[in-house]
Design a protein around this ligand. Structure first.
Ligand SMILES: Cc1cc2nc3c(=O)[nH]c(=O)nc-3n(C[C@H](O)[C@H](O)[C@H](O)COP(=O)(O)OP(=O)(O)OC[C@H]3O[C@@H](n4cnc5c(N)ncnc54)[C@H](O)[C@@H]3O)c2cc1C
Length: 463
C-alpha cells in the first residue's frame, strides 16, 4: 500500500484513530487461532458510519482489502489480516443504546462485550442467553459475525436465535438495515439471518437489535464423575432421550480435568476419565424435579459420583472452571489448536472415541471437552508449531476428525465459523452447489472482493 493511500485513510479517520507502526500492526496480525498470522498495512478505529463508508469506498477505488475485527478472540482465523489490508477495529463501538422493557429487546453497538451486556440486562430481570466461553472479552459484533454459541446453546440456542435486526455498511459504502423490533417479519428475503454468520465478508455490522427473554429464577447445577468416558457420552444421549432439556451439559475428558484442576484447584478428581457439568434452570419446582431425574439417569449410566452445587457461589465456581478449559489446556504445550467438530447428539459416543483414535493414530496429544448436550465437541491438540513433523501430524489428525464427523452426518464447525482454519473443508459440508452459491452471493455484494476475502482465498488455494 502506498504512503499516498495510507494518507487518504488517515485523513478519513483522523490521526487519533490510525496506527501503522510495526509494533501496532504486529498486535493486530493474529487472533486467538494459532499459526495464522499476517501483518496488516494499517489499523483503524473509525468513529462513525460515515468514516467506515468512506474507507470502504476508498478500498474499492485503490484496491486494498479491509478486515473487520472485534476483540480478536476468534478461533477460526476470521479476523486475521490478509495481504494489502487495513484492519477496522470495532471495540470502541461499545455502547448499549437501549434496553426496551416493553418489547424485550436490547439495541447495541457491535463492540459491546457480551458479558457486559448480560450483566446489564440482568439488572432489569431480563436474560441474554448466548454465553461463549470468551464472554468476558468477546464482542457482540464478533458473536453475530460468527454466530457464536456457548454453554447454554442446548436449551437456549445460539446468537442467531437472538438477532432481531442489524445495521451494516456494505462493501460499496451503502448502509443496509435489516429486521427491527418486530417479533414477526416476513417481508422479502430474510437478509438478517443471512448476515448472522457471514464472518465479516459481507459488510461491517454497526448496530444490532437483540431479543431478550425473562431471566430464569431458579437453577440447579450438578457435576458427575465417570470412570469410563463412554459412560458419560451415553448418559448425555439418555438425558436428551428422556425429554429433559438442561440449560447446560458440558463434557471434560481426563486430560482436560487434570489441566483445569492444575489451573483452578477446585478439587476435581484427577483419576476420573470424564466429567459432566449439568445445569437445569427455569421457574418453580419443575427445576428440582428435572434435576432429580437427571441425577437418577447419571447414576444408572455408571457415574462414580454425582454432586449438586450447594449454592450459587459453588455453581459459579464450577461454571468458571469449565470456561477455563481452553486456557488451562493451553498451559501444557506452546501451541493449542482447538477445533469445533459437531455431530448429531446420538453420535456423540462414537465421535468422542474417534478423537481418541486420532490422537493414537497420529501420535499427538488431545484434550477433549465441549458442549456435549448439543453434540459440539472441542477436540484440542496440544502441540508445538516449531516442530514441523508434529504439526503435520496434528493437521492430519484434524483432517481425520473432520472426515469422521462428516461421515457421521456432522459438520466442521458448530460455533467458531469457517474462517481460514477450515476453508478447505467447506465444500465437503456445503457441497459444490453450496459453495458456488456462496461465491456468487459474495461477488454480487462485494464486487471487488475487498472485504475479508476469506472465500476468495478458499477458492484460490488448491486443495
Ligand atoms: C477462551 C475462548 C473461549 C471461547 N469460547 C467460545 C464458545 O464457547 N463459543 C463460541 O461460539 N466461541 C467461543 N470462542 C471463540 C470466539 O470468542 C467467538 O467466535 C467470538 O464470537 C469472537 O468475537 P470477537 O469479538 O473476538 O470477534 P473477532 O475474533 O475479532 O472476529 C470474529 C469474526 O467476526 C468478524 N467481525 C467482528 N466484528 C465485526 C463487525 N462489527 N462487523 C462485521 N464482522 C465483524 C471478523 O471479521 C471475524 O470474521 C472462544 C474463544 C476463546 C479464546
Amino acid at each position: 500500500m502506498t504512503e499516498l493511500v495510507k494518507g487518504k485513510i488517515k485523513s478519513i479517520v483522523g490521526d487519533k484513530n490510525y496506527l501503522d507502526s510495526y509494533e501496532d500492526r504486529l498486535c493486530y496480525s493474529f487472533d486467538a487461532t494459532p499459526i495464522y498470522k499476517q501483518l496488516p498495512e494499517a489499523v483503524i478505529f473509525p468513529d462513525d458510519e460515515v468514516q467506515i463508508s468512506k474507507v470502504l469506498k476508498l478500498a474499492n477505488q485503490e484496491s486494498f482489502n479491509v478486515v473487520p475485527r472485534g476483540a480478536g478472540t476468534g478461533l477460526s482465523g476470521g479476523s486475521v489480516p490478509v495481504e494489502n489490508c487495513v484492519v477496522i477495529v470495532m471495540t470502541k463501538w461499545n455502547k448499549i443504546l437501549e434496553i426496551d422493557n416493553a418489547n424485550l429487546t436490547a439495541t447495541v453497538q457491535p463492540g459491546v462485550v457480551t458479558g457486559v451486556l448480560q450483566s446489564e440486562v440482568e439488572k432489569s430481570g431480563l436474560f441474554y442467553p448466548p454465553d461463549p466461553g470468551s464472554l468476558n472479552v468477546c464482542t457482540i459484533g464478533g458473536n453475530v459475525a460468527n454466530n457464536a454459541g456457548g454453554l447454554r446453546g442446548l436449551k437456549y440456542g445460539v446468537t442467531k436465535n437472538y438477532v432481531l435486526g442489524t445495521e451494516m455498511i456494505l462493501p460499496n459504502g451503502d448502509l443496509l438495515k435489516t429486521g427491527g423490533k418486530n417479533v414477526k417479519d416476513t417481508a422479502g428475503y430474510n437478509l438478517r439471518d443471512f448476515i448472522v454468520g457471514s464472518e465479516g465478508t459481507l459488510g461491517i455490522i454497526t448496530r444490532i437489535i437483540l431479543k431478550l427473554i425473562p431471566k430464569p429464577t431458579r437453577s440447579v447445577t450438578m457435576l458427575a464423575f465417570f470412570d469410563k468416558l463412554n459412560n458419560s457420552a451415553n448418559a448425555v444421549t439418555k438425558i436428551i432421550a428422556s425429554h429433559i432439556t438442561p440449560s447446560m451439559m458440558e463434557f471434560l475428558d481426563h486430560t482436560t480435568i487434570n489441566c483445569v484442576e492444575d489451573y483452578t484447584h477446585i478439587g476435581l478428581p484427577r483419576n476420573s476419565d470424564s466429567v459432566l457439568l449439568i445445569e437445569v434452570d427455569g421457574r418453580g419446582s419443575i427445576v428440582d424435579e428435572d434435576a432429580e431425574r437427571i441425577i437418577n439417569i447419571l447414576k444408572m449410566s455408571g457415574a462414580a459420583v454425582v454432586k449438586k452445587a450447594g449454592n450459587e457461589v459453588e455453581a459459579l465456581t464450577l461454571r468458571t472452571a469449565r470456561r477455563s478449559a481452553f486456557s488451562a489446556l493451553a498451559r501444557l504445550r506452546p501451541t493449542t489448536i482447538l477445533e469445533d467438530t459437531t455431530v448429531p447428539r446420538s453420535e456423540l459416543p462414537v465421535m468422542i472415541e474417534k478423537v481418541s483414535e486420532a490422537g493414537r493414530k497420529f501420535d499427538v496429544m488431545f484434550g477433549n471437552f465441549g458442549h456435549a448436550g448439543d453434540g459440539n465437541l472441542h477436540p484440542t491438540c496440544l502441540t508445538d508449531e516449531n516442530n514441523v513433523d508434529e504439526l503435520n501430524r496434528a493437521h492430519k489428525a484434524f483432517d481425520f476428525i473432520f472426515n469422521e464427523a462428516i461421515k457421521l452426518g456432522g459438520t466442521i464447525t458448530g460455533e467458531h465459523g469457517t474462517g481460514l482454519a477450515k476453508k478447505n473443508f467447506l465444500e465437503s459440508v456445503a457441497g459444490i452447489p453450496g459453495v458456488d452459491m456462496m461465491k456468487k452471493i459474495k461477488s454480487v455484494i462485494d464486487e471487488n472482493n475487498i472485504l475479508n476475502p476469506i472465500l476468495l482465498r478458499f477458492f484460490l488455494i488448491p486443495k
